[in-house]
Design a protein around this ligand. Structure first.
Ligand SMILES: NC(=O)c1ccc[n+]([C@@H]2O[C@H](COP(=O)([O-])OP(=O)(O)OC[C@H]3O[C@@H](n4cnc5c(N)ncnc54)[C@H](OP(=O)(O)O)[C@@H]3O)[C@@H](O)[C@H]2O)c1
Ligand SMILES: [Zn+2]
Ligand SMILES: [Zn+2]
Length: 359
């Protein structure tokens, strides 16, 4: 069945048709509002580097046509008869997952993000066997369990990136105990994830050092994002001086890079937490881990309960993303710039005002 006829409700977005990296207008369809579903008009959607990995099939599991977008915010237009948490007019968001089994150990533990049957927001199969499509589109329909409430004091455009970049950095800071005032945490890569990692860590009372390949990001990272210090990873002398000073590091880098210098920055028992998802495996030097009982770990987004907690924490501490709002027609240029780390610090598509079914 065609994408347009699969479901009763007309939908429109931008899709990648192959791994070339180019997106173009795409007509498809969405399901009717089920009894536990929330339907909303998409107003803004952030562009995560994962969207770029997926558009180009860099992780090897993309299916086309692929409508990316998992930092989706908007306003509720319809709720199902059994929906309890939301009503028409509410400001809401959807992040990286739209389904999970709801009964495994992870789900029971509020960790739907680690459910083996989790359903990703796009390029996955929903319960009914149809393909999921993301937020570079005019409407969303999702089970209320996977819908987040956006508090009134958070501007929707700047809040959108919290749905992925926010929770992906907040969760490991909490889980790995890197949230204690006075601790020293490194953040590697000042992109979409990295810049909100700095803000969350600072709000938790942690001392933050940014480790970056871009010397021109220093002034803003220190003055504006609130980082306590800034290391250019190529600067051997300064890297050397920082050896053994950090309790933990959140590594957000999207491409291959050496881990040895990062492990060196850790104190004994320090934790290097990988959240960036390079397409190729990284080399792990083991000896420096043994010398200091250091740990290398990974972390993937967060469960629904923690995601709401993160949004509420952000609202309380006035944490939002620094964004460059773009019209949908700029999408392909934005993707090219994101590939070159040329964005301060997240592109957010103005879906509400610029995505028209005729474009
Ligand atoms: N674990 C999860 O659940 C999860 C969730 C979302 C995203 N991700 C992944 O996290 C990664 C980052 O996402 P993002 O949206 O923050 O991307 P982004 O905005 O492109 O930021 C990545 C940053 O990494 C640094 N970088 C890029 N290429 C580099 C290289 N070759 N060597 C060293 N540093 C480099 C750059 O910072 P500097 O200029 O400061 O060096 C860049 O700004 C992606 O791989 C994405 O798929 C994972
Ligand atoms: Zn993401
Ligand atoms: Zn489960």
């Amino acid at each position: 069945m065609s994408n347009e006829q699969e479901h009763p409700r007309k939908a429109f977005g931008w899709a990648a048709r192959d791994s070339s990296g180019v997106l173009s207008p795409f007509s498809f369809s969405r399901r009717e509002t089920g009894e536990k579903d929330v339907t909303f008009k998409v107003l803004y959607c952030g562009i995560c580097h994962s969207d770029l990995h997926m558009v180009k099939n860099e992780w090897g599991f993309s299916t086309y046509p692929l409508v990316p977008g998992h930092e989706i915010v908007g306003e509720v237009t319809e709720v199902g008869s059994n929906v309890q948490k939301f009503k028409v007019g509410d400001k809401v968001g959807v992040g990286c997952i739209v389904g999970a089994c709801r009964s495994c150990d992870s789900c029971t533990d509020h960790l739907e993000n680690y459910c083996p049957k989790q359903i990703l927001t796009y390029s996955a199969k929903y319960y009914d066997g149809t393909t999921t499509y993301g937020g570079y589109s005019d409407i969303m329909v999702a089970d209320e369990h996977f819908v987040l409430r956006i508090p009134d004091n958070l501007p929707l455009d700047c809040a959108a990136p919290l749905l992925c970049a926010g929770i992906t950095t907040y969760s490991p800071l909490r889980y790995f105990g890197l949230d204690k005032p006075g601790m020293h945490v490194g953040v590697v890569g000042v992109g979409g994830l990295g810049h909100v990692a700095v803000k969350f860590a600072k709000a938790m009372g942690v001392k933050v050092t940014v480790i970056s390949t871009s010397p021109n990001k220093e002034e803003e990272a220190v003055k504006h994002l609130g980082a306590d210090s800034f290391l250019v990873s190529r600067d051997q002398e300064k890297m050397q001086a920082a050896i053994g000073t950090m309790d933990g590091i959140i590594d957000t880098v999207s491409a291959q890079h050496p881990l040895l210098p990062l492990i060196g920055l850790l104190k004994s028992h320090g934790k290097l937490v990988m959240v960036g998802a390079p397409e190729k495996p990284l080399e792990l030097p083991v000896f420096p881990l043994l010398m200091g009982r250091k740990m290398v770990a990974g972390s993937g987004i967060g469960g629904m309960k923690e995601t709401q907690e993160m949004i509420d924490f952000a609202a309380k501490h006035n944490i939002t993303a620094d964004i460059e709002v773009i019209p949908i027609d700029y999408l392909n240029t934005a993707m090219e710039r994101l590939a070159k780390a040329d964005v301060r610090y997240r592109f957010v598509i103005d879906i509400g005002n610029t995505l028209k079914a005729t474009s």
